[in-house]
Design a binder for this molecule. Structure first.
Ligand SMILES: [Fe+2]
Ligand SMILES: [Fe+2]
Length: 313
């Protein structure tokens, strides 16, 4: 029996068809997929914090409306993704518990602080830009519900990136102080953005299996290179420099060469020692605890709705 099921799974992957919730999958596939989707969902939710920090201090009503919409989009992304994880048998409450107890990770980028309003623009440009590089190939993920969620998410991420770039363009046309803010934010976010693609291929032991299962489509280094190639001309057009003296066009490779990422810093941030790790998780935990009454009320309502006859009596 298992043999037939396994055969069906292998065939589905081999023919680039989608795995759906009703299909049998190997335990390893289910675990890897749940972990990936959960970490992605957590990243969307925690990612609301650095930018949320600026909603009350946005410089105009227009910027506030844009930023609010963007941060709300991220909440929506988190919700789709938790739902996708549920189709694999994961329990949403348990995933949240894993996040606030530090047992499950989210993207290291959100452990950096947002010091000025230019950070809002640079996050849109570089962080959402890196997210797009990572996520566009996931629209072809072998797991159907995840792939379909990614189609909509990517459309919204591309709006996020453009709003960030437009904000930076506006600041670059402003005063010298504004241009300095953009350069400073770029300097702080460039390297952490490169870290968003994960460790180098040589030290990414799960990549091969994830690629064989169609969970991953390109290696970390391939995606990082794509991001660098895309960002250099954008930085030129904006008029900012990227903080890497080794960055230069390599005609032979047809790509930009770039300097070494500080993987010790990455390891420290992933381990929980980044500038904002403690604050981010504490804030999420508090929001979860403060929302307990909403969950209780929703549960009470759901129970009542199930027994309409009894209510009428
Ligand atoms: Fe998002
Ligand atoms: Fe986004």
């Amino acid at each position: 029996m298992t043999e037939t099921l396994e055969h069906h799974f292998d065939e589905t992957i081999a023919h680039e068809r989608r795995i759906e919730p009703r299909d049998w999958v190997p335990d390893g596939y289910r675990k890897t997929m749940i972990r990936q989707i959960a970490q992605h969902a957590h990243s969307e939710i925690i990612g609301m914090q650095p930018e949320g920090n600026w909603i009350t201090r946005a410089p105009s009503l227009r910027r506030k409306a844009i930023l609010l919409a963007k941060v709300q989009d991220e909440a929506g992304h988190g919700m789709y993704l938790y739902s996708a994880a549920e189709t694999l048998g994961a329990d949403r409450a348990e995933l949240t518990e894993m996040l606030i107890s530090g047992r499950q990770k989210y993207s290291s980028i959100f452990n950096y602080p947002t010091l000025t309003f230019a950070d809002v623009g640079v996050i849109g440009w570089l962080v959402d830009g890196a997210a797009i590089c990572n996520q566009v190939p996931l629209c072809r993920s072998s797991y159907g519900p995840y792939a379909r969620a990614m189609v909509r998410i990517c459309k919204e991420e591309s709006f996020h990136q453009r709003q960030g770039y437009e904000l930076l363009m506006t600041m670059m046309r402003g005063t010298q102080a504004q241009r300095d803010m953009v350069q400073d934010a770029t300097n702080r976010f460039w390297w952490p953005s490169l870290m968003m693609f994960g460790p180098p291929d040589a030290s990414s032991p799960n990549t091969a299996q994830s690629m064989a299962w169609g969970i991953k489509r390109h290696t970390n280094d391939e995606l990082r290179q794509r991001f660098v190639d895309m960002s250099v001309p954008q930085a030129d057009k904006l008029g900012v420099s990227l903080p890497d003296p080794e960055l230069r066009w390599n005609a032979e490779r047809g790509h930009y060469d770039f300097g070494a990422v500080d993987w010790d810093e990455f390891t420290q941030v992933v381990k929980g020692n980044g500038p904002c790790n403690v604050q981010r998780v504490a804030h999420r935990r508090k929001a979860h605890e403060d929302g307990a009454w909403v969950r209780e009320a929703a549960m009470a309502h759901a129970t009542k709705a199930k027994q309409p006859a009894e209510l009428e009596r």
